[in-house]
Write a protein that binds this ligand. Structure first.
Ligand code: OAD
Length: 265
């Protein structure tokens, strides 16, 4: 049987599937992955920007690196929009097949695509967190990008203090930071994510290398709980031994083909 037919058959029997996604699902939205050739960890060192202490150290010793990293990120994110893979996942939820999405991505594209139950375990770039009271609040995309350009575009005039102007202050007056998870920080909504993985009957794994824990434990948990696993990735990941169907191509190529079959039955 054709692998697409097999994957569609598995999805059509599912009642509470979970989509587990990583950077690869947004690659065709123009957002580079972390570990592929040309990926983020090739351009910037995790030791320079991957943790809060590293960021603070780099801000002091090499502020222009922080400026370039943030400006690169802003330029990529302001152009990105949901692609057919995000839309397919949202459609699977609307059809009652997918119950939730667990994503390691901070780009908000699953929510933009219409997915309703999304656990953003590594946080979101479009949410701020107060450093004083801990309150989280959503950020307006256009306003965020405008303030970021004002703070970062001028290479010669850049001062590291400009960064505090990118995010709005909290209603309590406290400074805020992006609500994203850096290395060494606690993953968000982990309990909800693990509940979903142990309860799911199918897991659809899209575009993740599966090397960053604890999120990467989700497929193994689903497998142990008896779920069938479908993976879409142009390269082999470490989930090979436990997946039932491996579709070796890009997520935005495979999802429309898969959705055609799911919707025609
Ligand atoms: P990686 O960069 O580690 O892996 C990306 C995966 O996507 C690889 O397996 C690629 O083969 C696959 N891929 C590339 N293009 C694809 C496409 N068009 N369609 C489908 N798959 C494609 O990214 P993640 O697994 O998401 O964490 O990385 C996990 C975490 O490591 C990130 O959330 C981030 C990072 O450090 C933090 O920053 C805390």
């Amino acid at each position: 049987m054709d692998i697409y037919e097999k994957a569609a058959g598995i999805l059509l029997k599912a009642k509470k599937a979970v989509a587990f996604t990583g950077a690869g699902v947004s690659a065709e939205s123009g957002i580079p992955t972390f570990r592929d050739p040309g990926g983020i960890w090739e351009k910037f060192e995790p030791e320079e920007i991957g943790t809060v202490p590293a960021l603070l150290r780099t801000a002091k010793n090499n502020p222009d690196l922080i400026r370039r990293f943030l400006l690169d990120t802003v330029k990529v994110f302001e152009k990105s929009k949901a692609n057919p893979a995000h839309l397919g996942v949202a459609k699977l939820e609307a059809l009652g097949i997918v119950a939730s999405v667990i994503t390691q991505n901070i780009d908000g594209l699953h929510i933009d695509a219409g997915s309703q139950t999304v656990f953003e375990v590594h946080g979101s770039l479009f949410r701020a967190r107060c450093l004083s009271c801990g309150q989280r609040f959503p950020l307006d995309r256009a306003a965020l990008f405008k303030r970021a350009h004002e703070a970062l575009d001028d290479e010669a005039g850049f001062r590291i203090e400009n960064m505090t102007r990118i995010l709005p202050s909290c209603t309590c007056g406290g400074l805020t930071r992006p609500d994203v998870v850096m290395f060494g920080e606690s993953v968000q909504q982990l309990e909800e994510a693990f509940q979903a993985t142990t309860a799911c009957d199918v897991m659809l794994i899209l575009g993740t290398s599966g090397v960053v824990y604890p999120a990467a434990a989700c497929p193994e948990q689903a497998y142990r709980a008896g779920a069938k696993l479908i993976e879409i990735n142009p390269r082999e990941s470490c989930f090979g031994p436990i997946v039932d169907v491996f579709i070796k191509t890009s997520a935005a190529t495979a999802m429309p083909l898969l959705m055609q079959l799911v919707e025609s039955r």
